[in-house]
Design a protein around this ligand. Structure first.
Ligand SMILES: *[C@@H]1O[C@H](CO)[C@@H](O)[C@H](O)[C@H]1NC(C)=O
Ligand SMILES: *[C@@H]1O[C@H](CO)[C@@H](O)[C@H](O)[C@H]1NC(C)=O
Length: 434
């Protein structure tokens, strides 16, 4: 038997670091297996990526495509972190302008496969023309993909029996197994404005998703069958596509002592001094529209809590022995990191996809969601305190803490996650179109 062909794989994530980073992790894992990578984004995003490890540098080509200037989009804005969320539609318009430069790139360099995100609805026909195979790498859990639409064509043509926000507060009829995963009413109302109805980027997110799923050869999801398999199987059935779990991409080997920068030393000194109890470390990234602390808040909590408004080394903080729980907005990557360190979750989802992630991990009993007002999504301070006490202190919360410990075993099983990546790469080797 001849050795399987080495591949050239291009990756093309949406312009958000929550997407670019997992794509970049996947790129490194594929390169580690000896395949050539073209990682495609825009100049400032490429500059802001983590460093490519020297041993992989010969295999990883970072490709900068210029981003279109778009009215209402601030200069130099190339990722969602650069703009307030209401400007995201303009970033999508600029992103859609990458179609030309990407086509040019393909003319000089033809990859075997391209791994792409939810946004480039225009990409599948281009790939079909050039004989390049496509992977849709979903940043959304299989539960979210299942929830959003019953088929590719239903998503593209907006055929949905659900016509009012209330219809999205129960699991859709096409989910054949028991599940409670659905939107809260306040989430459903927001979803209608932004994601489900056409928005001012010209195309709704559901349309974009339907188009990229319809045009791909395979759907890759950040998942493993040991975490869940019912939704993954259902996604394949609904969309008539193979679904390949690529493992959970757990944090790479972590050495708490390696990076002795000043910021970490300051944080560590503070963490070292904390007693068991409920002191808190709050990483509060300041963006437009973000939380404003009440006057005098930091003075009042002095000795019990600390607030950092800059980037912080989340993995190191989570790994510190003083940390016993994670209050989170429910990004999927952050949840995987927290569970890697056995931290039970106090969940406060912000975006609507995060709401579905919170329901999923709520069903897994590794944490609880802070109760919100069903109609407007507002929070009461008492419910925040109750949830924290339950998860961190009370006897009744023990089950959640134990479940989080159990989940750690699954997430930290490096060999298992490696096998998922192996299997995914073999799939690409065996199923090329051209
Ligand atoms: C998966 O679906 C089957 C029925 O198809 C059901 O019996 C089982 O409980 C489901 N598993 C989970 C974890 O929900
Ligand atoms: C698009 O979404 C934003 C934010 O939700 C909203 O303010 C705007 O009115 C929407 N535009 C359209 C055309 O629906």
């Amino acid at each position: 038997m001849s050795e399987a062909k080495k591949l050239h794989v291009a990756l093309f994530p949406w312009l958000a670091f929550g997407h670019m980073i997992p794509f970049f992790e996947l790129a490194k894992l594929i390169a580690q297996r000896g395949h050539k990578i073209s990682f495609i984004s825009t100049p400032r995003n490429i500059q802001r990526l983590p460093k490519v490890p020297p041993n992989l540098a010969p295999l990883i080509n970072l490709v900068s495509l210029p981003l279109l200037t778009v009215e209402h989009l601030p200069q130099n804005a190339e990722a969602t972190t650069d703009i307030p969320s209401h400007k995201t539609p303009y970033l999508k318009i600029a992103f859609d302008g990458l179609q030309g430069p990407l086509h040019q790139f393909f003319q000089t360099s033809t990859p075997d496969w391209i791994i792409y995100d939810f946004a480039p609805h225009w990409l599948p026909p281009i790939l079909a023309n050039l004989g390049i195979s496509g992977v849709f790498f979903s940043m959304y859990g299989a539960w979210t993909l299942s929830f959003l639409g019953s088929s590719t064509s239903a998503m593209i043509n907006r055929e949905d029996s659900r016509t009012r926000p209330e219809d999205f507060t129960v699991p859709p009829e096409w989910i054949p197994f028991p599940s409670k995963i659905a939107f809260g009413l306040h989430e459903a109302k927001r979803a209608f404005g932004d994601h489900i109805e056409v928005n001012n980027s010209g195309f709704s997110d559901v349309f974009r998703l339907g188009s990229v799923i319809g045009g791909c050869n395979v759907i890759a999801i950040r998942n493993c069958n040991e975490l869940e398999s019912n939704f993954s199987r259902l996604v394949g059935e609904l969309h008539c596509k193979p679904v390949v779990p690529i493992g959970l991409l757990p944090p790479a080997d972590f050495d708490g002592s390696s990076d002795q920068d000043d910021m970490w030393l300051t944080i560590k000194e503070w963490l070292d001094k904390q007693n068991k109890g409920l002191p808190f470390f709050w990483a509060l990234r300041k963006r437009e529209n973000s939380v404003k602390l009440p006057d005098g808040f930091e003075e009042r909590v002095k000795g019990r809590g600390t607030v950092w408004t800059s980037w912080v080394p989340q993995l190191k903080i989570m790994g510190h022995e003083s940390v016993g729980g994670f209050l989170t907005h429910c990004g999927y990557a952050s949840i995987i990191e927290a569970l890697y360190f056995e931290l039970p979750l106090i969940m406060m989802p912000i975006s609507i996809d995060q709401g579905l992630i919170a329901r999923f991990f709520g069903e897994k009993m590794v944490g609880i969601e802070i109760t919100k007002d069903e109609k407007d999504g507002s929070l009461r301070r008492e419910s925040v305190a109750e949830s924290l006490r339950l998860i961190m202190v009370e006897k009744e919360g023990r089950g959640y803490r134990d479940k989080a410990k159990e989940m750690k075993k699954l997430i930290a099983d490096k060999d298992m996650h490696d096998r998922y990546v192996d299997h995914f790469v073999e799939f690409m080797q065996n199923h090329r179109v051209a």
